[in-house]
Design a protein around this ligand. Structure first.
Ligand code: SF4
Length: 444
């Protein structure tokens, strides 16, 4: 098999220690951008939604809050600085968009998950929270077990906001802590101190109306394995239901900080990953998917789970209110101009804020599903044979044999393939390979 020269950098290495040596360089960038889509010209939003919505499928609502108090140094997301006037008119527009949602089909659908996310929904005041959730409850039908998540910068919460969130039926908090270590936090411009975070988490815990999920990043400037160990111990001691641990995509970090990362070589990062896995296992945390760990069954992370897959079985339609990043209704992805003022004006003049539709390449749907399934540590080939009439063992035999030879996967019984710890660390490299391999096969 001839491998094009430009892909050699992500090529695997045969070794007796795949966790440390499977690849030369670690890629941190999600390679799904390689799954190309085509842009639809002259679209009509109503027609697209009417033709693609299916009432029997899962549904989620996403609400985007593009405001932050400060700019974290590793962040390249679009975000507005918090300004009371802009925030007020933004929330008014959001409420108007939700209430005036013209597509009747959307209103009839049962909603399984609601997510208020990026960038910092905690900038919202009590009146904003109440207005947004009143609008949602008036216009949408929430399922009895609807998961309602509020992504939060914990230091921006206060008594009034917490009680508004409780009244709004929030049942899941997702806190972006990244690290409890005050020095590490300050270098990435997360300014609140460790003691404040711990006290706030204890307070939310006591109120017991929502479960708590926390994000941890490793490979931050000045962070080392001892700091990571201490972070994990604090979290376990606080009895947090859910951890999400992932590696910083260093290309996002401001250039002036790059030299602070150099001491964390790939092997140091592997040590951190290995230690985190082992510690969480010893602290009774189950590994739910590639980066998530849970210690009870209370946590579901339903929104993320539902909105990742493409297949008919797990299909979920997502209704976005203000969507800078692209999301999707079935095979269509749509996006909205990131300028908040343009959004406010579009809503004011009752125009659709959607500026672009992309259609997923149907031939790549199987890859989306495969990548989704691999996140759970397993590939069930029978499932793909049934759903797509595609035998993965035949299609990807060369790639799978190489992975197996190099300790990244283990062939199991009943047409399944188990992914090893090494695969999990090198996940982005492996997925890069999978997508490239598929292209090579298709272009042959
Ligand atoms: S809070 Fe989130 S969106 Fe805002 S600057 Fe930090 S990382 Fe970026």
């Amino acid at each position: 098999m001839i491998i094009p020269q430009e892909y050699k950098w992500i090529f695997w290495e045969k070794s007796d220690n795949p966790l440390y040596k499977a690849f030369k360089n670690k890629s941190c960038i999600d390679p799904r951008f390689l799954l190309f889509e085509t842009e639809i010209k002259d679209f009509n939003t109503q027609n697209i939604i009417n033709s693609s919505f299916d009432e029997s499928k899962f549904n989620a609502i996403y609400i985007h809050i593009p405001f932050c108090k400060t700019r974290c140094t590793y962040c390249r997301f679009f975000t507005e600085f918090n300004n009371e006037n802009i925030l007020n008119s933004y929330v008014e527009s959001l409420v108007k968009e939700i209430i005036n949602q013209p597509v009747i089909k959307i209103r009839k659908k049962i909603i399984n998950a609601v997510y208020l996310w990026w960038w910092t929904p905690t900038v919202l005041e009590e009146k904003h929270i109440t207005a947004i959730f009143d609008a949602i409850k008036k216009t949408h039908i929430l399922s009895n077990d609807c998961e309602i998540t509020f992504e939060s910068n914990i230091s921006l919460l206060n008594e009034n906001k917490i009680s508004a969130l409780k009244n709004a039926w929030i049942n899941r908090f997702s806190f972006w802590i990244q690290s409890f270590n005050t020095k590490v936090r300050k270098f990435v411009w997360r300014l609140s101190e460790k003691e404040l975070l711990i006290n706030m988490i204890k307070d939310i815990r006591k109120r017991n109306f929502a479960n708590i999920s926390i994000d941890l990043i490793y490979w931050l400037p000045f962070q080392d394995i001892e700091i990571l160990k201490e972070d994990i111990n604090i979290w376990a001691w606080l009895w947090i239901e859910w951890f999400d641990i992932y590696q910083l995509d260093s290309s996002l970090l401001e250039k002036k900080f790059w030299d602070k990362l150099e001491f964390l070589t790939v092997s140091k990062r592997i040590e951190m990953f290995e230690m985190a896995n082992q510690s969480l296992f010893e602290l009774w945390y189950k590994n739910i998917n590639n980066t998530h760990y849970s210690n009870t069954s209370r946590e579901r992370n339903l929104y993320t789970e539902l909105t990742r897959a493409w297949s008919e079985i797990m299909r979920t339609d997502t209704i976005w209110y203000w969507a800078w990043a692209q999301w999707r209704i079935w095979v269509f992805k749509y996006s909205i101009n990131p300028d908040v003022n343009l959004y406010v004006n579009a809503i004011k003049w009752s125009k659709s804020p959607i500026v672009k539709y992309l259609k997923i390449n149907e031939e790549k749907k199987i890859l989306y599903d495969l990548i989704w399934q691999m996140d759970f540590g397993i590939i069930n080939c029978w499932w793909f044979k049934t759903l797509y009439n595609e035998d993965l063992f035949i299609k990807f035999w060369y790639l799978f044999d190489k992975w197996e030879e190099n300790g990244l996967i283990v062939y199991s019984e009943n047409n399944t393939i188990r992914l090893t710890l090494a695969w999990r660390f090198w996940k982005t490299n492996c997925i890069h390979w999978l997508i490239i391999w598929d292209n090579i096969l298709n272009n042959k």
